[in-house]
Design a protein around this ligand. Structure first.
Ligand code: PGA
Length: 261
């Protein structure tokens, strides 16, 4: 059975001090929640502080990006080994904001995925179509292309450890979420695409967790968690408030319990 992952993507929010205060408030609120996994993805400058604060708890640490080289003259970049040393288990790769504002291509996403996996960091690879692509009926083709590129040269054992986040760009930060049924449909297609790369007997299509992301909040998470293909969520804005994100996690754990029973 796949354990749903609720990951908070803080984007460019919170100083170290603010991050520490968040974790102090958040941890007791999610203590003992069963049937889900929770990760917090602060900016690089707060990774050390959050990593320290969550150590020994059930909450995992994730980064929002990584570079594909281990060290060297790459001003401004951070390597997989550095993230591991800071306590990261996850790293978000290929978020649409990075693709859109920083020119990340499918090929760069793949290089980052391979580098992360080589250090046993679990990539959360973001895929999703723009509004124009959706209106042109290209959703399936765009998402399939992004998925195929991300998994290039990834061995089956590693592929099963990965997480995909299906995030339609038009739903990110807009308050306009996809419906549970529509997200479930596209995520089902993503799983079929993965099954073309890794047949059923590899166990990958069954093990791979695929989240939904885009305007997820405590009020709508149950709709996504009740869908059979959706294995949790990547949450931006609604992860910034510790009480709100804890509520979202609690609702998810309740829904996961209903799924498991
Ligand atoms: P949002 O962002 O929840 O604020 O829509 C999601 C994301 O970009 O990961």
């Amino acid at each position: 059975m796949r354990i749903p992952l609720l990951a908070g993507n803080w984007k460019m929010h919170k100083t170290g001090e603010e991050a520490a205060a968040y974790v102090r408030d958040f941890l007791p609120r999610v203590n003992g929640l069963a049937g889900i996994e929770i990760a917090l993805c602060p900016p690089f400058t707060a990774l050390g502080i959050v990593g320290e604060a969550v150590r020994g708890s059930a909450v995992a640490l994730g980064a929002q990006d990584v570079f594909w080289e281990e060290s060297g003259a790459f001003t401004g970049e951070v390597s997989p080994g550095m993230l591991v040393a800071a306590g990261c288990r996850y790293v978000i790769i290929g978020h649409s904001e990075r693709r859109q504002y920083f020119g990340e291509t499918d090929e760069m996403v793949n290089r980052k995925v391979l580098a992360a996996l080589s250090r046993a960091l679990r990539p959360i690879v973001c895929v999703g179509e723009s509004l124009a692509e959706r209106e042109r009926g290209e959703t399936e083709a765009v998402v399939a292309r992004q998925v195929r590129a991300a998994f290039r040269q990834v061995a089956p054992e590693a592929a099963g450890e990965m997480v995909i986040a299906y995030e339609p760009i038009w739903a990110i930060g807009t308050g306009r979420n996809a419906t549970g049924a529509e997200a479930n449909r596209v995520i089902g297609l993503i799983r079929q695409e993965v099954a073309k790369l890794y047949p059923e007997h590899t166990g990958v299509p069954d093990r791979l967790r695929i989240q939904y992301g885009g305007s997820v909040k405590a009020e709508n998470i149950a709709e996504f968690m009740s869908q059979p293909e959706i294995d949790g969520a990547l949450v931006g804005g609604a992860s910034l408030d510790p009480a709100g994100f804890a509520t979202l996690c609690r609702v998810s754990a309740e829904a996961a319990g209903r799924r498991g029973s």
